[in-house]
Design a binder for this molecule. Structure first.
Ligand SMILES: [Zn+2]
Length: 484
């Protein structure tokens, strides 16, 4: 072993983790790591199978006398997010990750480390190898492409697994159990618009920018401003006081990001532009005052724009578009009643994009309750029906509803309490996880997720806490013994 892993415990996890660092395994390129798992399964005389997408399952018989114990699935994902600092030469398709030890942390030199989910995978390999454990029948599930589309989990065949208890090893906060996640689905609105025959006045661009944005699930409860919604609010308020003709609106570019900026191109009489500006300023001041504690960098500008190829919208189309954007829901819609601080349902008004004959608007909704997601999409559908907009609502991905009565949760809580003389935290995330998809495919699967402490995953600052890996391992093996 290289010196930095020499005296780390548990040595079996670090041994396999060191091997994983040498094998390229960005999302979409997991084949070689799958081969390594299979080669290890063969070494340890364990059964294995691989499906068409590249998911691998390894089976290990129960330890002697534990054959009647319930089967347990241990799950992790093979792929990692590959990000590097711009001043580093690194080819993720062939160069090994260069680990570094600083105090009680392992990180990588200028790149992501892949401890998400490399430590989980290494723990599974260690369990495959270790003959000293007490456990029932085990299945080790390694999925592909978690990071870019949950593809591996989505494509698992329903006969691929036998166990009814699943321990997902992909959490990032030692001492916290994750027992739920949100499902998600989009609504794509197609609003037909009509345009005038000619232009009057000059073209101006109203721009709202400097907002913080963030992840539409994780950050939705942070009270940040949605630039599209707020731009629509400025236009709606000003429409009552000063005249302008809207030609286009643009804002947001990703479904899973809160829009940071938005702009509207509009025609107005240059002689009266200061009246218009004063009205926008008045609206903006109110917005700034409301959001200043979170959005101190928010700004707006109203500037002359170069000629736009689009003619202004008719009065009716302009009204419909602005009213629609003002009315469409955005943000947290409900909080979970039992789990303090967990957002249950939310929606992100993510994108507005103008075409010559229609405006496209996308809202991305999430909920840990399927009916909450349905109701949110119904609200959007009802609104579209009222104004005659077309709507597509493609199938989304399922959530994982927290079950505070779950047997595996109770077992984990008891074991944790006994081992560490303190209560573990129990939480859920307002984003998609593989457990949501697996739970839908295998009804009745009792699931929980935990792992060591990993900071800044998906960035070159990623680091895993050494001490937490040992705690994670001791806890994991104790849970398996308790279940046997
Ligand atoms: Zn992960």
């Amino acid at each position: 072993m290289s010196p930095i892993f020499d005296d780390l415990n548990p040595s079996l996890i670090w041994k396999h983790f060191e091997e994983i660092l040498k094998i390229p395994h960005c999302s979409g390129n997991e084949k070689e790591l799958g081969d390594y798992i299979i080669s290890q399964a063969k070494n340890f005389n364990l059964g294995w199978k691989r499906d068409d997408v590249g998911n691998v399952v390894v089976s290990k018989n129960a330890s002697p006398g534990m054959e009647k114990a319930p089967g347990v699935i241990l799950q992790g994902h093979l792929d990692m997010v590959c990000e590097k600092n711009s001043d580093i030469e690194h080819d993720f398709s062939k160069d090994p990750i260069q680990p570094e030890k600083k105090g009680d942390w392992i990180s990588a030199k200028g790149t992501t480390l892949g401890s998400d989910n490399g430590i989980g995978v290494a723990a599974a390999l260690a369990l495959m190898e270790d003959k000293s454990m007490v456990h029932g029948p085990l299945e080790f599930l390694f999925t592909v492409d978690e990071e870019t589309g949950l593809t591996g989990a989505t494509k698992i065949r329903s006969d691929f697994l036998q166990g009814k208890i699943l321990l997902n090893l992909d959490s990032e906060d030692e001492g916290t159990f994750t027992i739920g996640c949100a499902g998600g689905a989009d609504s794509e609105i197609h609003l037909p618009v009509k345009r005038r025959d000619g232009t009057e006045g000059e073209l101006f661009c109203l721009k709202l920018f400097g907002f913080r944005g963030g992840h539409s699930g994780i950050d939705i409860d942070q009270g940040r401003g949605n630039a599209i919604k707020l731009l629509a609010r400025m236009l709606w308020q000003t429409e009552k006081k000063a005249s302008f003709s809207l030609a286009s609106m643009e804002g947001g570019n990703m479904r899973n990001a809160i829009p940071r900026e938005a702009r509207a191109n509009l025609y107005a009489d240059p002689a009266r532009i200061e009246t218009l500006r004063a009205s926008f300023q008045e609206s903006f001041d109110k917005i700034y005052n409301e959001f200043k504690s979170v959005e101190s960098e928010a700004k707006f500008t109203l500037e002359k724009s170069k000629a736009d190829e689009l003619l202004p919208l008719t009065e009716e189309s302009q009204k419909t578009l602005i009213n629609l954007l003002v009315t469409l829901p955005h943000g947290v819609l409900s909080m979970h009643q039992e789990m303090k601080g967990l957002v249950e349902t939310s929606t992100n008004l993510a994108v507005v994009h103008t075409h010559p004959e229609h405006v496209q608007i996308i809202s991305s909704s999430r909920s840990s309750v399927a009916s909450g997601l349905e109701a949110t999409r119904d609200t959007i559908a009802a609104l579209c029906e009222t104004i005659g907009a077309q709507l597509a609502q493609p199938e989304g991905y399922p959530g994982w509803t927290p079950d505070l009565q779950s047997t595996i949760l109770q077992t984990c809580k008891d074991v944790y309490n006994k081992m560490f003389q303190k209560e573990a935290e129990v939480g859920a995330v307002h984003a998609g996880l593989e457990c949501g998809i697996i739970g839908e495919k295998f009804p009745g699967m009792d699931m929980i997720s935990f792992g060591p402490t990993i900071e800044h995953p998906h960035s070159p600052e990623e680091r895993v806490n050494i001490g937490s890996v040992e705690k994670f391992w001791n806890f994991l093996t104790a849970v398996l013994a308790e279940l046997a």
